[in-house]
Design a protein around this ligand. Structure first.
Ligand SMILES: *Cc1c(COP(=O)(O)O)cnc(C)c1O
Length: 385
């Protein structure tokens, strides 16, 4: 399995890809696969999307990296465009989801220090959440299987509550709470959407207790749910939103957006050598421009509905629930989702699982109806097997 010289971290499948076109990938043997995975919600514009390839190539000719003691033209432009599109006041650019969330965690701690001192430090996260693989983001992750003794001690100052549980909200926040931090849809945890009413109540109570509200939109952000930010659709106006995965269409990048009471970072508070890399910013500009073009989000919503309705319409006995928002789709099954994943991979369809019993589909946002139908045919056979 995989390459013995590379740490076999991922239990990788024995498939080696060489190229992609649209939502179709090709492996070393020339076999083609429909891509319902998109590099885990990263390749939001699919593969070999011409304007993206062109922008990255053109940027590589100009400058690939600039030391952050200076700014780059493309970095400033992307920051302006991203803030204008999202309504935030400032952004910290990073290189990954975990790093964007580390920035948010530090920001919340600083907010707490400025608004209550050393007693206001706790960050409240949700059960079944996923926030990353660094020590702080692992601790923030509300799933015990991510907390083996091997990596102890974990970081202090996190507390977990149950999503969509109204009673649990009553004692969730107090004068020690610095921030409420959650994914609008818990993706890795099993594609569990946070209810709008619950999110609004939670945000209101958190703020009443003096805390800020932060959304981890590393997976839900950049159009995945049919809105540029999933938190926009919740109507909670978070002080902080983190992004990564799709933000630069496949070039590594993360971002921590902040405004209002979340605008507490000062020069020197957080830094990274690669942060705001010109290559990533050039890619990010194309992604943002494409996603914000008229009709794009309506298309994402329409395609998501089509996939959910089609799967529901099959009325398969193994399907327990079909859920999600836009193009993050969870199919809860009463059998091993990993076996379905394996069979579909052999048949030429890529996707991943989430939680313990969910098939997760996160195709490129610009996937065509033809590619969707081709993938769904393979998925149906895989679920029926
Ligand atoms: C993938 C993911 C992360 C971690 O991002 P990395 O780039 O792998 O560090 C954090 N939060 C959410 C919601 C994610 O989906």
């Amino acid at each position: 399995m995989g390459n013995p010289k590379v740490l076999n971290n991922y239990g990788s499948f024995d498939v080696t890809f060489v190229k992609g076109q649209g939502s179709v990938l090709t492996d070393v043997n020339g076999k083609k696969y429909i891509d319902f995975l998109a590099g885990i919600a990263v390749n939001c514009l699919g593969h070999n999307y011409k304007p993206l390839v062109k922008a990255v190539a053109a940027q590589a000719k100009k400058q690939i990296h600039v030391c952050n003691y200076f700014t780059s033209d493309v970095g400033l432009a992307f920051a302006d465009e991203l803030l204008a599109a999202t309504g935030f006041e400032g952004v910290y650019f990073g290189n990954s989801g975990a790093e964007a969330n580390e920035a948010a965690i530090k920001l919340a701690r600083k907010y707490g220090q400025l608004n209550g001192g050393s007693s206001r430090k706790t960050i409240v996260t949700l059960n079944k959440s996923f926030h990353g693989r660094t020590l702080a983001t692992l601790t923030a992750t509300g799933q015990d299987r991510f907390h083996p003794e091997d990596f102890a001690p974990y970081v202090q100052g996190f507390k977990t509550i149950e999503p969509n549980d109204y009673e649990g909200l009553e004692n969730a926040f107090d004068e020690t709470t610095a921030a409420l931090f959650f994914e609008p849809v818990e993706c890795e945890g099993g594609v569990i959407p946070v209810e709008k009413e619950w999110a609004q109540k939670a945000a209101e109570l958190a703020r009443k207790a003096g805390a800020i509200v932060m959304c981890d939109e590393v997976q839900t952000g950049m159009g995945r749910t049919g809105a540029l930010l999933a938190s926009d659709a919740l109507g909670i106006n978070p002080e902080v939103v983190t992004l990564a995965k799709a933000i630069a269409g496949g070039v590594p990048m993360g971002a921590c957006l902040y405004r209002g009471n979340g605008n507490v970072f000062k020069a020197g508070d957080h830094q990274s050598t690669f942060a705001g890399n010109p290559l990533a910013c050039a890619a990010g500009r194309v992604v943002l421009k494409t996603l914000t073009a008229p009709g794009f989000m309506e298309d994402v919503l329409r395609k998501g509905e089509y996939i959910r309705n089609t799967v529901k319409g099959w009325n398969l006995p193994c399907v327990v629930d079909v859920r999600g928002k836009g193009l993050v789709i969870g199919i809860q099954v009463n059998k091993d989702p990993a076996a379905v994943e394996k069979k579909c991979l052999a048949d030429g369809l890529l996707f991943s699982t989430a939680g313990s019993d969910v098939v997760r589909l996160v195709p490129p946002l610009n996937i065509t109806m033809k590619e969707i139908d081709a993938g769904l045919a393979i998925l149906k056979a895989g679920l029926e097997a």
